[in-house]
Design a protein around this ligand. Structure first.
Ligand code: PLP
Length: 359
C-alpha cells in the first residue's frame, strides 16, 4: 500500500484505499486553520508582487524585526526559514553524525532530517496516555547530543509542561544535550500557556522551531523560523541556502504577525469547538488523544481493532482523515483528524453516528 507521506491530499488518500466517486470530500487530514488565510493577506499579497523582480534582502531585516517584536526576543536570536520544515533540517545539520533522540509518535520529518545528516537515532515512546515520558527521557539524555520534541505534539496534540521542559534543559546542561522544541502548533494554544522560548536566557541548550503555516493557513507560502541563542542562529545561518525564503513571503511576515485578533479569535473558537467535539465523541464511545490543539487521534473504543474499517467507512462518506501508518508506534491503529469549522465537525459527528448505528 502506498500511503501519502503527509495530509492534505484527499484524492490521493481516497484512491489509495480504492474509494472513488465520492461527491463532496471534507478534508480533515491537514491541520490547517479553517478560518485562514486572514483576509488582509490577500490584499498585501497582490501588493507584494512588486517584490518579484528584485532579490530578497539577504538578512530579511523587516521580517526578522517583526518576529523579534512579536516574540519579544533579540533580533540576533531568530532565523527566518522556508517553513518549519527547513528549520528542522537546519537543526539536524548542526548535529551531523551525532546522536539524536526522537519522542514518538511524532512528525516524521525529524527522523528524515536526522537520517539525511547521518545522525544515530534512538526513539522513545510517549506513554499510553500520549504524554511525555519525562523520567525515561531524563535517563536517556546522557546518551544523546540532541533531543527532538514536538509540543504540542503532532499527531497527539499533547503538551510538555514548562516545568518538565525545564527539568530536561537542566539535565541537558549537565550532559551537553540540546533540546529542540518544535512549536509548529503553538499559536493554537489558549493564552494561559507560557512561552517556551523565554527559557533560552537561562538554558542556552534550547532551540525552538516555529511555523506560520498552520495558524495562517499558508502551507504553500513556506514560512517558519528558529528562536535560539545567537551562537546557534549564526551556525544555522551559515548553512542556510542563500535567499532561502522568497521575497514575497518575507515581505508578508510583518502583516501576518500583526493579525492579533485573527489569532485570538481562532484560539477562542478552538477552545470551545474542541470541548464540544470531545463531549460528543465521548458520548459516541470514541477514544481520542487529550489534545490541546486543532487535531487529535481517534479510534472506536468499542472496536479498537477495526480502525482500517472505520477509515474506509468515513472516507466513503466523504470524511478524509490522516492515516497514521507512518507515525512510529501507532501503525495505523488510530486516525488523526483536524478540528474544522462547526459545520464540518457536525458532519463528522453525523458520519461517526452512522458508523455506530451500523455496528
Ligand atoms: C510538527 C510540525 N512541524 C513542522 C511542520 C512543517 O511546517 P511547514 O509547513 O511550516 O514547513 C509540520 C507540518 O505538518 C508539523 O506538523
Amino acid at each position: 500500500m502506498q500511503w501519502p507521506a503527509h495530509g492534505g491530499q484527499p484524492k490521493k488518500l481516497a484512491a489509495s484505499i480504492g474509494v472513488s466517486g465520492i461527491g463532496k470530500m471534507y478534508d480533515y487530514s491537514a491541520n490547517i486553520n479553517p478560518f485562514g488565510p486572514p483576509e488582509e493577506l490577500r490584499e498585501h499579497y497582490l501588493h507584494a508582487f512588486a517584490a518579484v523582480s528584485s532579490y530578497p534582502d539577504p538578512d530579511y531585516e523587516a521580517a526578522h524585526e517583526a518576529i523579534a517584536e512579536y516574540d519579544q526576543v533579540d533580533r540576533g536570536q531568530i532565523l527566518l526559514t522556508n517553513g518549519g520544515a527547513e528549520a528542522i533540517f537546519l537543526v539536524a545539520q548542526l548535529f551531523t553524525g551525532k546522536r539524536a533522540l526522537i519522542i514518538q509518535p511524532t512528525f516524521s520529518e525529524y527522523e528524515r532530517a536526522c537520517l539525511a545528516f547521518r545522525l544515530d537515532i534512538q526513539h522513545l515512546m510517549l506513554d499510553q496516555n500520549f504524554l511525555f515520558p519525562v523520567d525515561d527521557l531524563l535517563s536517556k539524555m546522557p546518551l544523546v547530543d540532541v533531543v527532538f520534541l514536538c509540543s504540542p505534539n503532532n499527531p497527539t496534540g499533547t503538551l510538555l509542561s514548562m516545568n518538565d521542559l525545564e527539568r530536561l534543559l537542566k539535565k541537558g546542561l549537565e550532559t551537553n544535550t540540546t533540546v529542540v522544541v518544535d512549536e509548529a502548533f503553538v499559536h493554537f494554544l489558549p493564552c494561559r500557556f507560557e512561552a517556551v522560548h523565554t527559557l533560552i536566557t537561562a538554558y542556552p541548550n534550547l532551540i525552538v522551531l516555529r511555523s506560520l503555516t498552520k495558524m495562517f493557513a499558508i502551507p504553500s507560502l513556506r514560512a517558519g523560523y528558529v528562536i535560539s541563542t545567537e551562537s546557534f542562529i549564526q551556525q544555522m545561518k551559515k548553512q542556510q541556502i542563500p535567499w532561502s525564503v522568497n521575497g514575497v513571503v518575507a515581505s508578508l511576515i510583518p502583516v501576518l504577525l500583526a493579525q492579533t485578533s485573527f489569532i485570538e479569535n481562532t484560539r477562542n473558537w478552538l477552545e470551545q469547538e474542541l470541548a464540544e467535539l470531545k463531549r460528543r465523541l465521548t458520548k459516541l464511545h470514541f477514544e481520542y488523544s487529550p489534545s490541546m490543539v486543532n487535531f487529535y487521534l481517534l479510534r472506536d473504543k468499542e472496536r479498537p481493532n477495526d480502525t482500517a474499517e472505520l477509515f474506509h467507512f468515513i472516507v466513503s462518506n466523504g470524511v478524509i482523515p490522516r492515516h497514521t501508518h507512518n507515525f512510529l508506534g501507532i501503525h495505523g491503529d488510530y486516525l488523526r483528524l483536524a478540528v474544522r469549522s462547526a459545520v464540518e465537525n457536525e458532519y463528522l459527528i453525523q458520519v461517526l453516528t452512522k458508523w455506530r448505528e451500523q455496528t
